[in-house]
Write a protein that binds this ligand. Structure first.
Ligand code: NAD
Length: 503
């Protein structure tokens, strides 16, 4: 158990490239130029592992959003992106992926400093997948097609469909896994031929700004990608802007609902990737040597700050004690610390605000009758750390059962695995529907549960693994639409039907 956070000398582990980027005056990226916020406002960027400022960003507002949307509109209507040959566009998008790989160490260090996760996870998982997204979608740029359609209208006809880029898209991303969130958004929109205004989260702007530099280097023309850093005020301005054709948002369900309301002005298209409260089921025939660390990591990845976090852990009564003890032992053995420290297994929460929120939800669970089996509380030392916590005695209706905690809190519950109907009813009794996982060797049971759980993603004997080719998104209040795969690119297109009367 980590009782205090060791002080780690970050400066000595940073590459020269990382130091150079951190030392820069970060600006907005509009029309291919790096510019100050119109108001001149700036905002400090913090290292969540120390709570200390590491950089400064421009704090854009509605005026900057308007300039960025104007640049994106101009680039869409008259710029070369849409008219460029699709193979040329594909080459540029592929090059972005290659540049991410080339600068993986710097990007990983920036992400660790900005967001807090351990370096190895960031470099080998998030940065690698980010590059992969660009490579995957570069392939789609040359394959966006329509169909010919036999029609029965009077006379002779040639009818077909085409997919066209939707236009100017506003993309708003959260502070968890920010580099990968940027890649999820940018790669399909670029491949579809859209132009973009990206608004990163105010807590984690750094890697999105660095990726914008890499996009410029890869050959993305001016105005095609614009980045406005700032808070929810800039986000809201983007959503309300009458010249934005589509908003793609990842963040909390509450903000998602506000976006739906605010986007009504010009009926812009909206896709939403929102929160979750994902169930995990462990059965006695599961390979527990994999399942115990697997279900612990289902929640603890990113210190619980993952939309897919498997925060409702249902364990079959026959193995309940063994799994709870194993998960708790796993969590207690994790070393909390700075993500750049090679010894670290678990990073901090993103901010003091998030630490206060998680602590409050945890306390509400305890007040309502949940028991702390292990962990809990803040270790001594700086940064926004909280110990991973295993709760038992959690029941439907409790705050920790119902609400997305977005912190390292595992609610372990005993299940009657022989009454599948009741289990499925209880697991589905949530406003969310993002993800789930089933841990068993019984193929039939796994498929039965996979088909009955109301969630956009179901893993069997795994959790939290995503792939650029596999659609991702939520049922119910976990979102609208899907990202990744073919669905991900179609969400950045409009479908047009052309009917040619031949006489
Ligand atoms: P948030 O909703 O507070 O903020 C997300 C982004 O929206 C930020 O960039 C913020 O500045 C902006 N924003 C805030 N108010 C806005 C407004 N009124 N209009 C427009 N933009 C506004 O979410 P967060 O706390 O940064 O992120 C955590 C949430 O994101 C969690 O609920 C998590 O589950 C969710 N998430 C979902 C997925 C997914 O794919 N489903 C992935 C990652 C995170």
């Amino acid at each position: 158990m980590t009782s205090s956070i060791a002080v780690f000398d970050t400066a000595s582990s940073l590459s020269e490239d990382t130091k150079r980027f951190l030392g820069k005056k970060h600006r907005l990226f509009i029309g291919g130029e790096w510019v100050n916020a119109s108001s001149g406002a700036t905002r400090e960027v913090f290292d969540p592992a120390t709570g200390s400022p590491i950089s400064t960003m421009a704090n854009g507002d509605a005026k900057d959003v308007d300039l960025a949307v104007t640049a994106a509109r101009e680039a869409f209507e008259s710029g070369p992106w849409r008219s460029m040959s699709t193979s040329e566009r594909a080459k540029i998008i592929w090059n972005i992926g290659a540049l991410i790989d080339e600068h993986a160490e710097e990007l990983a260090q920036l992400e660790v400093l900005d967001e807090g996760s351990p370096y190895n996870v960031v470099k080998n998982f998030y940065v690698r997948l980010g590059a992969e997204h660009f490579r995957y979608y570069s392939g789609w740029a040359t394959k966006i097609t329509g169909t010919t359609v036999p029609v029965n209208m009077p006379g002779e006809w040639h009818a077909y469909t085409v997919r066209e880029p939707i236009g100017v898209v506003g993309q708003i991303i959260p502070w968890n896994v920010p580099l990968l969130m940027a890649a999820w958004k940018l790669a399909p929109a670029l491949a579809a031929g859209c132009t973009i205004v990206l608004k990163p989260a105010e807590d984690t702007p750094l890697t999105a700004l660095r990726i914008a530099e890499l996009c410029q280097k890869a050959g993305v023309p001016p105005g095609v990608l614009n980045v406005v850093t700032g808070d929810g005020i800039a986000g809201a301005a983007l959503v309300e802007h009458p010249d934005v054709d589509k908003v793609a948002f990842t963040g909390s369900t509450d903000t998602g609902k506000a976006i739906v309301r605010a986007s009504a002005g010009n009926l812009k298209r909206v896709t939403l990737e929102l929160g979750g409260k994902s169930p995990v089921f462990v059965f006695p025939d599961a390979d527990l040597t994999r399942a115990i660390p697997g279900v612990a990591e289902a929640v603890l990845l990113n210190t619980g700050q993952a939309c897919t976090a498997g925060s409702r852990l249902y364990i079959h009564e026959d193995i309940y004690d063994k799994v709870v003890a194993g998960v708790s032992e796993y969590a207690e053995a994790l070393k909390l610390g700075h993500g750049l420290d090679p010894q670290t297994n678990l990073g901090p929460l993103i901010s003091d605000r998030q630490l206060a929120r998680v602590s409050k939800l945890l306390q509400a669970g305890i007040d309502e009758g949940a028991k702390v089996y292990s962990g809990g509380g803040k270790p001594e030392g700086g940064g926004f750390f909280i110990r991973p916590t295993v709760l038992t005695g959690v029941k439907p209706g409790m705050t920790v059962y119902e609400q997305e905690i977005f912190g390292p809190v595992i609610s372990a519950m005993k299940m009657d695995g022989d009454n599948l109907d009741a289990l499925v009813r209880e697991a589905n009794n949530t406003t969310y529907g993002l993800a789930a996982s089933v841990w068993t060797q019984d193929v039939s049971l796994a498929h039965k549960l996979a088909s009955r759980i109301r969630a956009g993603v179901v893993w069997v004997n795994n959790h939290n693994q995503t792939d650029a080719a596999l659609p991702f998104g939520g049922f119910k209040q976990s979102g609208w639409g899907r990202e990744m795969g073919l669905n991900g690119i179609e969400a950045y297109t409009e479908l047009k039907s052309v009917g040619v009367y031949l006489g």
